[in-house]
Design a protein around this ligand. Structure first.
Ligand SMILES: [Zn+2]
Length: 268
């Protein structure tokens, strides 16, 4: 599933389309439209004023009061192609034709994602926690989040209302980098561990953005190209693999309903 680094990578690769005008929007399926505050046809003739990200959401700002919010779900892709390039890929559900020679393509094989034509996307975002790469994500914020909580620290990291944009990949990787067991009750973390975890979250997300995200199966950037961070993964998805630090076989558990990989020796 595309998480913060993947959506940020898509955002950066689509920035050259800021300023372009929407000429047409073609839907091949309309059940990908999750919210429709206004008719999509009202976007024809409007400029893309900005392309932003919040958590795992990509936001195209058009004229004031018109935004298109894209969520890629498990397997979605949102990328640009030359206007006259053939669309041979299956599962393409929406095509946005621009006046700059490109078209934006939304595809999603499993259709857990979707698009939202919203007048005010803050309706979604006001419930979300801070961005982990912003100044709001401090040691004291994370201490406050963990205080007296019995839930596993991994479960808290995945909660979008507490921290935006982290999913299974970066929760596992950050906990490994911080040497903290994913199943530890969050309230049991000491201040030094919380500091380590916050730094690990930031470091892992930044490292992944630098590698243009993780392509485990489906993720592609805004040019429909794979990321590279999967080559640097330490624990995520590594069933029957050995820890790169101590050599022991990594352990796999289910925590909060999500498969979780960690090293029993290195993570306490
Ligand atoms: Zn280890």
């Amino acid at each position: 599933m595309p998480e913060l680094p993947e959506v940020e990578t898509i955002r950066c690769s689509l920035l050259e389309n800021i300023g372009a005008v929407i000429k047409d929007i073609e839907f091949r399926r309309t059940d990908i439209i999750k919210v429709q505050d206004y008719k999509p046809a009202l976007l024809l003739g409007q400029h893309i004023r900005d392309i932003r990200r919040r958590g795992k959401y990509l936001i195209l700002d058009l004229e004031p009061g018109y935004t298109l919010v894209v969520h890629l779900g498990m397997s979605g892709r949102f990328y640009m192609q030359d206007e006259d390039a053939q669309i041979s890929a299956p599962h393409v559900h929406m095509i946005i034709y621009l006046d700059n020679g490109y078209k934006l393509i939304y595809m999603d094989a499993r259709r857990f994602g979707g698009v939202r034509f919203m007048t005010d996307p803050e309706k979604i975002f006001c419930h979300m926690g801070p961005e982990p790469l912003s100044e709001e994500f401090t040691d004291s914020y994370l201490r406050e989040v963990c205080r007296n909580r019995k839930a596993a620290i991994k479960t808290l990291l995945l909660n979008q209302n507490l921290i935006a944009g982290i999913g299974n990949i970066y929760a596992d990787e950050a906990l490994f980098a911080a040497r903290i067991r994913p199943g530890r009750p969050a309230g049991s973390l000491r201040p030094a561990e919380i500091k380590r975890l916050r730094q690990a979250v930031v470091k892992v997300l930044q490292a992944s953005i630098a590698q243009r995200g993780t392509t485990f199966r489906d993720f592609r950037d805004g040019y429909n190209k794979s990321g590279e961070f999967q080559q640097l993964l330490q624990v995520y998805g590594k069933t029957d693999c050995c820890c790169n630090i101590c050599g022991q076989t990594l352990k796999k558990d289910i925590i909060g309903g999500r498969s979780t990989h960690y090293c029993e020796h290195c993570q306490k």
